[in-house]
Design a protein around this ligand. Structure first.
Ligand SMILES: NC(=O)c1ccc[n+]([C@@H]2O[C@H](COP(=O)([O-])OP(=O)(O)OC[C@H]3O[C@@H](n4cnc5c(N)ncnc54)[C@H](OP(=O)(O)O)[C@@H]3O)[C@@H](O)[C@H]2O)c1
Length: 286
């Protein structure tokens, strides 16, 4: 049976990829920097391997005996170096195919750092000689589990709309790509079924939970100061600030039908996500 490695298994999408691989009966292994972080994934100890993408020598145990890998990390400045460490180890172990979580905006020539970093990483994967698939999702609905502490969503997003997508849908697509043939060399650009503003999200969350959620547009400079005071790392916040400029300008509002074409079903709407995940959404109110 194909053995799948999940890099980024403790992340938003990776944890769903792990659940779906397990429930489908697929042989898998996950790589993490700290095995204690995988406790909630209910894996056996031999399904978990410790490794750090910044330490190439630590990756051999993770890739040995693996045929296909799912790969997702955050987007620091050395994201390509981390990926290249992984690709070198994967190639020497005979891994055949890497499915990488990218972003909707990925673009080698973009002036936006996040888009350019994803574009460069996609290029590195394509040049690696391994089979590849890029999954380029829009923004994750599950970010709403932490975006509205006390029910107030204070963000500098204006009334810009986004084609929010459910991470469970992204994971469904990743598992399909990882476990069947025909996806080599493909780039799937996916979104949810509709573009919604933060005000729309607050309305849906209020309806689904029967509790009050409100959106308050925040001046970008005040938001930046608040996030730094809350301990967000400057490199990550700098990426976010560029994204909010584009959100306000409505540059992420496009909706794609590629998910339905590949998966044979429509993506989850935000209203349904909010109903299904109402219990998790209200956790941030108390
Ligand atoms: N948030 C959104 O709305 C959105 C939308 C579109 C695209 N994206 C893209 O999605 C990607 C992030 O995916 P995600 O949100 O599922 O992941 P995530 O929640 O950001 O988690 C990051 C994962 O990366 C792993 N990781 C980080 N540094 C590592 C290292 N040095 N060695 C090994 N593993 C390392 C972590 O593993 P351990 O901590 O267990 O080691 C963790 O599982 C980013 O590229 C982002 O641009 C996000």
């Amino acid at each position: 049976m194909t053995k799948v490695l999940v890099v980024g298994a403790t992340g938003h999408v990776g944890r769903e990829v792990v659940r779906k691989l397990k429930s489908g009966g697929h042989a898998l292994r996950v790589m993490t920097r700290d095995r204690n972080k995988t406790a909630h994934l209910e894996l056996s100890s031999d399904e978990v391997v410790e490794g750090d993408l910044r330490d190439g020598a630590s990756l051999a145990a993770a890739v040995t005996g693996i045929e296909r890998a799912y790969y997702a990390t955050p987007d620091p400045e050395d994201n390509v170096a981390m990926l290249e460490n992984f690709l070198a180890a994967a190639k020497s172990a005979g891994v055949r195919h890497v499915v990488r979580l990218s972003a909707r905006s990925a673009d080698l020539n973009s002036r936006e750092d996040l888009a350019r970093r994803h574009g460069l990483a996609e290029q590195a994967l394509e040049r690696s000689g391994l089979a590849w698939t890029h999954i380029r999702p829009s923004w994750f609905m599950q970010m709403m589990f932490s975006y509205a502490p006390g029910g107030r969503m204070e963000l500098p997003g204006g009334e810009g709309r986004i084609g929010w997508i459910d991470t469970r849908d992204i994971a469904d697509m990743a598992v399909k790509v990882l476990t069947e043939s025909g996806h080599d060399g493909k780039c799937y650009i996916i979104s949810g079924p509709e573009a919604l503003s933060y005000s729309d999200l607050a309305r849906h969350m209020s309806e689904a939970t029967g509790r009050d959620f409100v959106y308050a547009d925040m001046a970008p400079n005040i938001f930046r100061e608040r996030q730094l005071a809350l301990g967000e790392e400057a490199w990550s916040l700098d990426l976010d600030m560029q994204l909010y400029v584009n959100i306000r300008a409505g540059r992420y509002a496009a909706v794609s039908d590629e998910f339905e074409k590949v998966m044979g079903r429509p993506p989850t709407s935000f209203a349904r996500f909010a109903r299904e995940c109402a219990e998790e959404l209200v956790l941030q109110l108390d």
